[in-house]
Ligand binder design. Structure first.
Ligand SMILES: [Mn+2]
Length: 361
């Protein structure tokens, strides 16, 4: 499997080519048309016609790219160099129509299908959260129904907003109704604050979601939340959706529907690291609205979150490419083996407990 792979083309050497020159791609990676194929593809969706409060996430993809210039190839906590061990490329942005939700859903679905049809994993940068529905659709077509971990301040399983069944508050209800998700294997992490009504929680549970409330975080701790995620997601193909508003507005002021009392960047990064070893087949990062940003606070957090999601995908790719017994294994078999090694509920984000630990604590 490794013998035939061409040497990946990574970012240019930052000691030779300054980080701030030339047209911007995510992490200064090559464009997809420069390398032809990729193991992991980064794509933007500049669409925010599904928002209900502050607009502006249509400018998210390029803001996150601009804030990603300082990302470096090697990840010490996971002992992997995602940007150079694998071919990762920036495919640019999907076609969108700011006047049409329906045609945009169709073009995102088609664009994602094309990018992942050869087996590449897709890391999407939004855009508002409505884009998760077509992304889940294309990913489920490729991998079958998905386990989903959804980091967000809000449920996003509501039914109708302003008469429309598609908005940034509805993607996970629509995806569950369409059968793109596994009803025993989905959860929200970081939901907090006032809700519309108690009944929304019962409807959410009926759609197959558990909730790890933001208000529970101090009690559960990082290890406790990771254990719950790994137990719920199991050995299924996993889709990770990150709404930047899961962070506290202190760490991510530039978003459409900010809520007090969220995670710090450090906490969220540790939680995402805790997904290493799972079969993460796709991910999105949404709701960065740069007009509200200051000193790139939100952009820098967002770029790093995308990097962590890519790193977790790379851990799974690494396992598959380098461990002979996994070369012919199905994704579920690989994940099962990794879980058997590190424990479905026993992983911690500290390096000593990670499957690819490089750094002793
Ligand atoms: Mn959301």
């Amino acid at each position: 499997m490794t013998a035939a792979r061409p040497t990946p083309i990574g970012p240019p050497d930052a000691a030779t080519v300054p980080r701030y020159v030339n047209a911007t791609t995510f992490a200064r990676l090559p464009r997809l048309d420069q390398v032809g194929r990729a193991d992991i593809v980064v794509a933007g969706v500049p669409f925010d016609s599904g928002v209900t409060y502050r607009p502006g996430a249509r400018f998210g993809p390029n803001h996150v790219r601009q804030s990603s210039m300082l990302l470096r190839p090697y990840h010490p906590m996971l002992d992997i160099a995602p940007l150079t061990d694998f071919q990762i490329a920036d495919a640019g942005d999907f076609a969108v129509n700011p006047f049409s939700m329906d045609s945009t859903i169709e073009s995102i679905t088609n664009g994602a299908r094309e990018l992942i049809s050869g087996g590449a994993r897709l890391m999407t940068i939004g855009g508002d959260h409505s884009i998760a529905f077509p992304l889940l659709k294309a990913t489920a077509e490729q991998h079958g129904p998905l386990a989903v971990v959804h980091f967000d301040a809000h449920l996003d399983t509501w039914d109708i907003d302003f008469g429309s069944c598609h908005s940034h508050g509805t993607p996970f209800r629509r995806a569950a109704e369409a059968g793109y998700t596994l009803r025993e294997n989905c959860l929200h992490v970081g939901i907090r604050g006032p809700q519309f009504e108690k009944e929304d929680l019962a409807a959410d549970a009926d759609l197959g979601f558990q909730i790890v409330w933001g208000e529970w975080f101090d009690e559960l701790g990082i290890k406790g939340v990771i254990a719950r995620m790994r137990e719920r997601l199991g050995d299924h193909p996993v889709y990770v959706s990150v709404d930047i508003d899961v962070l506290d507005p202190a760490f991510a002021p530039a978003t459409g529907t900010p809520e007090a009392g969220g995670f710090s960047s450090r906490e969220l990064l540790a939680l995402i690291n805790g997904l290493a070893g799972l079969n993460v087949v796709g991910a999105d990062l949404v709701e960065v609205a740069p007009a509200y940003d200051h000193a790139e606070i939100t952009g820098i957090a967002a770029a790093r979150i995308a990097y962590e999601l890519i790193s977790v995908m790379a851990v799974d790719l690494h396992q598959r490419a380098t461990v002979a017994e996994f070369a012919e294994a199905t994704p579920a078999e690989v994940t099962e083996a990794v879980i058997a090694e590190v424990g479905a509920g026993g992983s911690s984000p500290v390096a000593g407990d990670m499957p690819f630990a490089a750094v002793e604590r």
